[in-house]
Design a binder for this molecule. Structure first.
Ligand code: ATP
Ligand code: MG
Length: 689
């Protein structure tokens, strides 16, 4: 057997890939942890390990592979196939197609729950609520309990949901969560408890699960030994990437699948832990080895293959100032001609100009747009840049921002499919019935009450007399649902929903034509999924990203610039990386300076951003910001200073430049600057009001 792909790995990588190779037929060895710094080949090693298992005889249908995003999962599957091809030739495709259990924790959770639904008292037709749906339902329940009318202000639906989510994901009692993260809500503990109880009941009555439920139900289900064993024996190998960003529920699920750790491989970097705001905990990865007896084998990697020496030196400089000691010392032999740049610009408009100039220069020099990315701490930071890119006709795709699915018309269509699948889903039902003339919220509520009590809710709906003044729209609505429900074949049923919806769309929206194009696009996306359930589940959990192209995602062979939040850039790399707003107030975000722990997470975020770059890195510092008027103050400029994570002692790692060359400041301006408080804070807070 040729093992050319093993020769390309370094010794440590190879040890991780071959761990347990002495077990016959790709069988399972003891637990393995690969803990290593950015760009050291962790993901690449994981892909090789999966491929090597398959080549050695493991059954790909019995491999569970969990990654941070669906995109990462499919990228991994592609890599696995490429590696397998070297040995298996044409058969590789068949083998890797059988790698059916690759996805995110949430996506896999949804599939497992549907499989075991009947045994745990769930209806397998459950629908999944995204964050916005969940907030709507939370609001509804909050309203019904009369909390929204309280004299002193009760927490908003968003805050309620955040508290609930935190408590659930960290498996922490409510009072502790309140004390720790939401002290201003402590007075409301009793009401919140009541609210969450009612929220859970509402979800169950409507047969919906929210994001958190997918993990929570899964973990609860795994507490039942017979089921845990059944799930465990489905998989010979369980592998997880980006393990530093998992929460306690996720680790308890993993431990329940493979209690002895046999067949378990996890990979991650504690220095890149950036999801503690979603209850992820660094303890998972640190405590992993000792969770088993004998403890897990640990492999560390110290060679970085991604970045040049100068970029790595600067990134190491930033992370070395962290309070926590990350013991990894990365090195690289990718010599560089230049140091990363720290560029001062006048304001956000200049920042956008600078980037456009450099991006175009790079393209002239032969670097495609796809090899370049602009990263930012918060999605709204890229506004001025998006305007400039559009004006200059530079195509771009934005990750981690507004999603394609957030638009009203796409949500309407999805509601139709969801409601047909699960007519107890009130949020979808409400949404749809509001489209029908003559049906107000009260009527919709009554209809939904009536049908949800019926064991056959859709049949019950057919029996209900048409509401007054709804005319032909009512029977058309009911007929559409039945037709979709009959499952005449996926994805053609989505066409049925669209035909029903279009007249409503034309009535409601002036720009109906553009929106119709989106719906066609949705159908194209739908065609990529095996069934309605898979489509709805995966789309809700990990929606495609909004883009600059009018009709949605540009074709894959087109060239476009990547815009991404740092969070969504995890695990990826580009030849050239620009970081927007490298200033205090943005990174660290003012929302993240409340505690040392938060501040340290912001520092790791900067580290993650910098380590995405292979050849060129530009950190940009606008000297001032434009703040849109808030309640008390009008539009104004505020002054910003370089991120505190790059103190003067680190400047040696950078090329510091100004662009365009800025004239020395006049006395008048200096005086003015001293008068205006350095306060990006207000702007950031404004975004959360
Ligand atoms: P991150 O921490 O950002 O997730 P990572 O540790 O997962 O990074 P990879 O993305 O797997 O790192 O690899 C980084 C880059 O190094 C990739 O371009 C990969 O192809 C390359 N690489 C990894 N291992 C090797 C190797 N042995 N030889 C050559 N290139 C390698
Ligand atoms: Mg990786």
């Amino acid at each position: 057997m040729s093992i050319a792909y093993l020769e390309k790995l370094n010794d440590a990588q190879r040890r991780a890939v071959e761990h347990g190779s002495d077990v016959p037929n790709g069988g399972a060895a003891g637990p393995l942890l690969v803990i290593a710094g950015a760009g050291s080949g962790k993901t690449n090693t994981l892909a090789h390990r999966v491929a090597h298992l398959i080549v050695s005889g493991a059954d790909p249908r019995r491999i569970l592979l969990m990654t941070f995003s669906r995109r990462a999962a499919s990228e991994m599957a592609r890599r696995v196939e490429r590696i397998c091809k070297q040995v298996l030739g044409a058969n590789a495709g068949v083998m890797t197609d059988a790698l059916a259990w690759a996805g995110t924790f949430h996506g896999i959770g949804a599939r497992i729950l549907r499989l075991y639904a009947q045994q745990i008292g769930l209806d397998p037709d459950f629908t999944i609520h995204d964050r916005e749906d969940s907030a709507d339902l939370m609001n509804l329940v909050r309203h019904e309990l009369g909390f929204s009318k309280m004299e002193s202000r009760f927490p908003t639906k968003g805050t309620c949901l955040a508290i609930y989510s935190r408590a659930v994901n960290s498996e922490t009692p409510l009072d502790e969560v309140l004390k720790g993260q939401f002290p201003w809500c402590l007075n409301w503990e009793k009401q919140l408890r009541e609210l969450f109880g009612a929220y859970v009941e509402a979800k169950q009555a409507q047969n919906v699960l929210d994001y958190d439920d997918l993990l929570l139900y899964w973990a609860q289900m795994m507490a039942e030994p017979a089921i845990a064993e059944d799930v465990g024996t489905r998989f010979d190998h369980v592998l997880v990437d980006e393990y530093q960003d998992t929460n306690r529920l996720q680790s308890s699920i993993l431990m329940a699948i493979k209690p002895g750790g046999r067949g378990l491989t996890v990979v991650g970097d504690d220095a890149q832990s950036i999801y503690s705001f979603r209850a992820a905990t660094i303890r998972n990865i640190l405590d992993f080895p000792a969770s088993f007896d004998p403890p897990a084998q640990i492999v560390t990697l110290d060679r970085n293959y991604r970045s040049t020496t100068t970029i790595l030196a600067a990134a190491n400089g930033v992370i070395d100032l962290a309070r926590e000691r990350f013991t990894k010392n990365l090195w690289t032999d990718r010599e560089a001609e230049e140091r990363p740049r720290l560029v001062t610009v006048k304001d956000e408009a200049e920042q956008a100009n600078y980037i456009v100039e450099k991006v175009l220069e790079n393209r002239e020099a032969g670097m495609t747009l796809k090899n370049q990315a602009v990263l930012f701490r918060a999605s709204h930071h890229s506004g001025p840049l998006e305007v400039e890119l559009t004006r200059r006709n530079i195509p771009f795709v934005k990750f981690g921002g507004l999603k394609f699915l957030d638009s009203a018309h796409v949500k309407d269509m999805l509601a139709a499919l969801r409601f047909a699948q699960n007519p107890r889903d009130r949020v979808s039902g409400f949404r749809l019935m509001q489209l029908i003339p003559g049906v107000g919220p009260q009527t919709a509520g009554k209809i939904l009450d009536a049908i949800s009590a019926d064991p056959e809710p859709l049949a019950a709906l057919e029996e209900i007399p048409a509401p007054p003044r709804s005319g032909a729209d009512w029977p058309a609505f009911v007929e559409m649902l039945s037709a979709v429900r009959r499952k005449e074949g996926w994805p053609s049923e989505i066409g049925l929903a669209r035909q029903w919806y279009e007249p409503h769309l034309e009535r409601i929206h002036e720009d109906a034509e553009t929106r119709k194009a989106d719906l066609l696009q949705l159908e194209q996306i739908a065609a990529g999924y095996a069934s309605r359930e898979r489509f709805l589940t995966e789309l809700t959990l990990d929606p495609p990203d909004a883009t600059s192209a009018e009709a949605g995602v540009p074709l894959l062979d087109e060239d476009y610039l990547i815009l991404s939040t740092i969070h969504s850039a995890k695990g990826q790399e580009w030849r050239s990386v620009f970081l927007l707003n490298c200033v205090d107030g943005c990174i660290p975000s003012d929302l993240g300076t409340g505690s040392t722990a938060e501040l340290e997470e912001e520092r790791r975020l900067l580290y993650v951003a910098m380590t995405r770059a292979k050849d060129h890195l530009h950190l940009i510092t606008p000297q001032r910001f434009f703040v849109h008027g808030q309640q008390s103050q009008g539009d104004r400029h505020v002054y910003a200073s370089r991120s505190r994570f790059i103190p003067a002692t680190l400047l040696q790692f950078f090329e510091t430049t100004a662009w365009p060359v800025v004239a020395p400041m006049s006395d008048a301006e200096r005086q003015h600057r001293q008068q205006v408080r350095i306060d990006v804070t207000a702007r950031m807070r404004g975004m959360w009001r």
